[in-house]
Ligand binder design. Sequence first.
Ligand SMILES: [Mn+2]
Length: 385
Amino acid sequence: MSFTRLPSTIRSSLLNPARRSVVGIRGFHIHSKPSPEKGLTEPQFKYKFLEGTPTVGIVGCPFSGGQGRTGVDLAPNKLISAGLVDQLSSLGWEVHYNSQQKFLDIPYNPIPTSSPTAPSKGTETVNETDGQKEIQRLPDDDIGKMKKPRLVSAVNQKVAEEVSEIAGKGWLPLTLGGDHSLAMGTVAGTKAKYPDACLIWIDAHADINTPLSTDSGNLHGCPVSFLLGLEGTDVAPFNEWLKPCLKPSEIVYIGLRDVDGPEKAILKKHGIKAFSMHHVDKYGIAKVVEMALDHVNPDRSKPVHLSYDVDALDPMVAPSTGTPVRGGLTFREGHYITEALAESGCLVSVDIMEVNPSLLDPGSVEKTVAAGCSLARASLGETLL
Ligand SMILES: [Mn+2]
């Protein structure tokens, strides 16, 4: 990737000697520290499971292979370009952000839409423009109903390594997707450091189809079944690295409103707790978050991984996403969840998924990207007062 094609905020960060640590353009690294001039010097809440100076490691994964629409891979660059690194350090966090290149150098990965190099599919060899490396693009035929299984598996394995490395340092991994199949990797990575972590999944969809029950074959609808080790998930190449790491009692959903028949059956069969929009209407969001925490984390003594799909928000709030469903969370309900979890002090890992900056008009994109950034900030302790 040529320097001039990097997003302008990354360029300026790289040019600012006060906060750069450049390891070549392909492997750049941005490091931003809090300071009194920027804002807070430490986060407003104590994140009780983190170690040392409160630090966020941002994992930007430009990935769209878990579903059919391109553009969701552009989200990490968009969110970073919107100023997320500085926003988080002004909340009192030390922030590290590594380049996304490691996720692009995967043999099954077609050139993502965010890449300046020419698009490519199939087996042709692609000459990288910077001449550093040639990557052999391999075919990725369906396995059963699963689409792009080798790519999804390989990218998630890397995500799991990255998240577990960041969590292992006592830092909080903030993963910017990418589509929601990436939660296989993020949750597996979090669980490697915190085996007793519970999972709070904010979404319009349950994402719990199995490779057998899925209609579309899109793996962004299946990550939870892999984490639980449900029927049909013990399949290569996933089972070469991903072991079931989540119990049905360790996950709770908020925001559901578009759940397939087979998914409803799976939720019932395994007794998985879910608060749909019906429950949000009935009890109000504060009570729902309290009940959700009471279910997975009654004493608030366990670490929490938050996996947030922006399609949980109503399409009026976050329109630029691949599978919007009307009747979703309001702006405030969506943010209340993150604020309450920040206040609990239990958060150890956060995903912001399914922002798609290529969908709809520029105004819709701007709204959705801004919502992604503000959800990340609220998760990391931003308050209204
Ligand atoms: Mn989802």
